[in-house]
Design a protein around this ligand. Structure first.
Ligand SMILES: *Cc1c(COP(=O)(O)O)cnc(C)c1O
Length: 339
């Protein structure tokens, strides 16, 4: 093994082990680690045609003392259960989910990057409908697999404020559609908007609500947050088509409990950004990304002087401090992995 820990990006890597379990006749088998990174599935599998599948994204962190830990993995288990319900798939029980994740991390522990590099082990659980099934109906068989790969920090050498553009010609998800579920279809629907944003020199696209195109929904595949100019509130959008980000709920709690801000979930109008002194995007991959500016039609709204905001930096340090074990975590947020 010869990995340049300081220069990892976000790329697939074929690690020695992944977990694979099979659901059939109403139950999950025990599942097991396997070294085979190929799935063999029937050509009529519903995941291939009708998108019946969900995924999760989470990370394992190496602490200063060399331990390995997970950040709120029970929340990922719960969210995958909610996604399963939405797509009429069997749930993966929380214990089974956590056990699979721990097994994969422990079996590949050499690939959890060293403390201090900012790099982490990215973990990708997926649940897919497979088996013979050409009609539009839920699958009769499912696979649950968990694989992992080391990934670099989102920022190399400090936080970089990023410019975003409102993708007014595109919607990501509908209010009573699959916006709250972590499913591939939402990502397929986001590719055009992402391409548009990147081609115009922006970090990603900002989606507005699908009904009126007035309220902010998501920043690429991350949630949005903003701090009011009076430094009293941290606001995040409220909408039925936003993916419930675990990072978002965590910073709502940290804002209240550690920085004295009132956490508020409310519709945030794209025409009402003047009330904020700073804003950011948050998610497992994006961690906390400061938003420099938002372009909407002919207007460019810059937050403050465009540099990383005071509370954005504090929240980033607190969150990553907790994740890497340098800052005391709220009860239940950190789950150690025994190697
Ligand atoms: C996964 C995801 C997020 C971030 O969720 P976290 O739990 O914080 O990683 C935000 N938006 C979308 C669309 C996502 O798929």
């Amino acid at each position: 093994m010869n990995i340049d820990w300081d220069n990892l990006g976000f790329d697939y890597m074929n690690l020695p082990y992944r977990f694979l379990a099979h659901w059939q006749d109403g139950q999950w088998d025990a599942g097991a680690l396997t070294s085979n990174n190929m799935l063999t599935i029937n050509e009529s599998s519903p995941i291939l045609h009708y998108g019946q599948g969900a995924f999760e994204g989470m990370k394992a962190y190496r602490t200063k003392s060399g331990q390995i830990q997970l950040f709120r993995p029970d929340r990922n288990a719960k969210r995958m259960q909610d996604s399963a319900d939405k797509l009429l798939m069997p749930q993966v029980p929380t214990e089974m989910f956590l056990d699979a994740v721990k097994q994969v991390v422990a079996a590949n522990h050499d690939y959890v990057p060293p403390y201090g590099t900012g790099a982490t082990l990215y973990i990708r659980p997926i649940l897919i409908g497979v088996g013979e099934n050409i009609g539009v109906a839920p699958a009769k068989e499912y696979l649950f697999t968990v694989f992992a790969m080391p990934v670099g920090p989102y920022f190399k050498g400090g936080m970089v404020p990023t410019k975003f553009i409102v993708a007014d010609a595109f919607d990501r998800a509908a209010h009573y559609g699959t916006g709250q579920a972590k499913v591939g279809g939402n990502y397929a629907a986001s590719l055009q908007a992402g391409k548009y944003a990147h081609e115009h020199g922006y970090g990603d696209a900002i989606y507005l609500d699908p009904l009126e195109h007035k309220y902010i929904e998501e920043v690429g595949s991350a949630n949005f947050f903003a701090i009011t100019k009076d430094h009293k509130q941290l606001q995040t959008p409220k909408s039925p088509s936003i993916l419930p980000s675990i990072t978002k709920f965590s910073i709502l709690d940290l804002a209240r409990d550690r920085f004295g801000l009132e956490p508020v979930q409310t519709p945030i109008a794209i025409s009402d950004l003047d009330q904020f002194s700073e804003a950011g995007a948050c998610g497992t991959a994006a961690v906390i990304t400061p938003i420099q500016s938002i372009t909407y039609g002919d207007t460019v709204h810059t937050f403050g002087d465009g540099s990383t905001g005071e509370y954005t930096a504090k929240l980033y340090n607190e969150l990553t401090g907790i994740q890497f074990g340098d800052v005391e975590a709220p009860a239940g947020w950190i789950v150690p992995v025994e190697v």
